[in-house]
Design a binder for this molecule. Structure first.
Ligand code: ADP
Ligand code: ADP
Length: 221
């Protein structure tokens, strides 16, 4: 599903050059749930952003679903990303002045679906994360765990084959974190969604199929 070959990422400014990723090669199978761990600054977010086509590597190849992505234009990349990949972030990234339902509908605005279809898909996604009773609330009226559930609903509304989650439980206490983890495990098991999750929590990582550890941009496990 995701194939990385000799991925290198160098961040350059006028004075500093940082090798953030050093020749990472990784194959992630369809239906796999992979976690990525490692100390702060080791390249986890950079790797996830490259997998998610939010950022491009300095060298190396990214293949998603047998499509070599280096050949795609920015517009094609955006289209591909919108269809295939759902993102979840530690700090939710919800739009505060949109109601829950409207937040979840957002990714569908880029598609040619009618308002009725958008509403139905968003409602279904919110049912899946157990938030049907909060669709008219605003994000600030929700707990952290509920906000993250809205973010998951937004990530899955377009039925992506891949979910990329950057520390999805990082801001949550362990009870709420476990709830979020259970939803991700269920999406992986029931829908066969491929999931890659960055985490600092060994307990969360242990529940996934495989763990990759990074240190200073290099894969050490
Ligand atoms: P992690 O997610 O593991 O904390 P990151 O992928 O965010 O690590 O960062 C990896 C390295 O790349 C760090 O040394 C960081 O300082 C550097 N880095 C990340 N983003 C940028 C950027 N936009 N410009 C320059 N350096 C960056
Ligand atoms: P976290 O909540 O995990 O701290 P960040 O704010 O660090 O997340 O975002 C992780 C990365 O994803 C950043 O490089 C950011 O630029 C990028 N990003 C965040 N939100 C979006 C978005 N909606 N679309 C595209 N890129 C995004």
């Amino acid at each position: 599903m995701i194939r990385l070959r000799n991925i290198e990422k160098i961040y350059r400014t006028d004075t500093v050059e940082t090798l953030a990723l050093n020749s990472i090669s990784l194959d992630i199978a369809k239906g796999e749930f992979l976690s990525i761990m490692g100390p702060s600054g080791c390249g986890k977010s950079t790797l996830l952003n490259i997998m998610g086509l939010l950022d491009t590597p300095s060298n190396g190849q990214v293949q998603i679903d047998d499509q070599a992505t280096t050949a795609l234009s920015d517009k094609q990349l955006a289209h591909f990303r919108n269809r295939k990949i759902g993102f979840i972030f530690q700090s939710y990234h919800l739009i505060n002045d949109l109601k829950v339902l409207d937040n979840v509908e957002l990714p569908m605005l880029y598609r040619n679906s009618s308002a009725g279809e958008r509403k139905q898909l968003a409602t279904e996604a919110l049912e899946k994360v157990g938030l049907s009773n909060r669709i008219k609330h605003f994000p600030k009226q929700l707990s952290g765990g509920q906000k993250q559930r809205v973010a998951i609903a937004r990530a899955i509304v377009g039925k992506p084959e891949i979910i990329l989650a950057d520390e999805p439980t990082g801001n949550l206490d362990s009870a709420m974190g476990n709830e979020i983890m259970d939803i991700l495990l269920e999406l992986n098991k029931t829908d066969g969604t491929t999931i890659v999750m960055v985490t600092h929590d060994e307990n969360m990582a242990r529940k996934t199929h495989r763990l990759v550890r990074l240190f200073d941009g290099t894969q050490v496990q």
